[in-house]
Design a protein around this ligand. Structure first.
Ligand SMILES: [Zn+2]
Ligand SMILES: [Zn+2]
Length: 261
């Protein structure tokens, strides 16, 4: 079985001190590759270093919408930093009106900048959206995000939002939240999203799946997300693993050996 964690934060303090343990659990659980996602440009060198050190770890470059203190970022700078064989995506970017309630025009501008950078460099987007689905989809359409493609990561929105993103050619990525007791509505969305449009992720160190809920999450635990998707869709976990891994390599323009196609 071959699984891929399409979104983790291996450079965060909870995991950075024990990367070797995390890589060992990946091996044990059949997780062959992981994408380590940037949240600030300040920490980007850590992400790039992990991607350079480990052949099966990739990186992305971007500034997360929760980081209101982060200095303004230009499309030129994102494009320049993305010009690296192991940096496969722009993000995470998007909108989050849950954490930051005051005027979020700066978030929308930052999001537009990331979409423009992704279109320019031809690398897909990793999009985070929380309590802001309508504006997220509107800006994706206005900025023609479909030309870059990408993934709606850690998806927790409705079927309509999933459909809107898929109409733009985006993939939908599910995290350990699908295993949570109170996530009935999300499980229904995960049951309906075609496997051909789906990725799976941990978003580790956060959101450890059941039966590890509340503990530190890590990429190896993406196996439990795959198992839940299999149960929901009535498919063997091996099929979920194979298709979501193939989707990952296709979206991020990699061949299965982990090098550029
Ligand atoms: Zn996120
Ligand atoms: Zn994340």
């Amino acid at each position: 079985m071959m699984l891929v964690d399409s979104h983790c934060h291996l450079n965060f303090p909870e995991l950075a001190g024990r990367v070797d343990d995390a890589l060992a659990l990946m091996r044990e659980n059949g997780v062959t590759h992981a994408l380590c996602v940037s949240v600030t440009l300040e920490a980007f060198p850590e992400v790039r270093a992990l991607a350079e050190r480990y052949p099966h770890i990739y990186g992305s470059v971007g500034v997360h919408p929760d980081y209101d203190q982060a200095p303004a970022v230009s499309a030129d700078r994102l494009v320049a930093l993305a010009d690296h064989p192991k940096i496969v995506a722009i993000g995470e970017t998007g909108l989050d009106y849950y954490r930051i309630k005051e005027d979020c025009e700066w978030q929308r501008e930052r999001f537009r900048t990331h979409i423009r950078a992704a279109r320019r460099c031809g690398k897909p987007l990793i999009i985070h959206t929380r309590s802001a689905a309508e504006d997220t989809l509107r800006i994706m359409r206005e900025e023609r995000a479909g030309e870059a493609g990408g993934v709606m990561h850690c998806f927790t929105e409705s079927w309509d939002v999933a459909r809107g993103a898929m109409e733009l050619g985006f993939y939908i990525s599910f995290s350990g939240i699908v295993t949570f007791k109170n996530a009935k509505d999300l499980r229904e969305v995960a049951r309906r999203v075609p496997l051909e449009r789906m990725l799976i992720e941990t978003d580790s160190p956060f959101l450890a799946p059941v039966p590890f809920r509340g503990k530190t999450n890590e990429p190896g635990l993406v196996k439990y997300v795959a198992e839940e998707i299999g149960r929901l869709q009535g498919r063997p976990v091996e099929e979920v693993a194979a298709v979501t891994s193939a989707n990952f390599f296709k979206l991020f323009k990699l061949n299965n050996a982990g090098t550029h196609a």
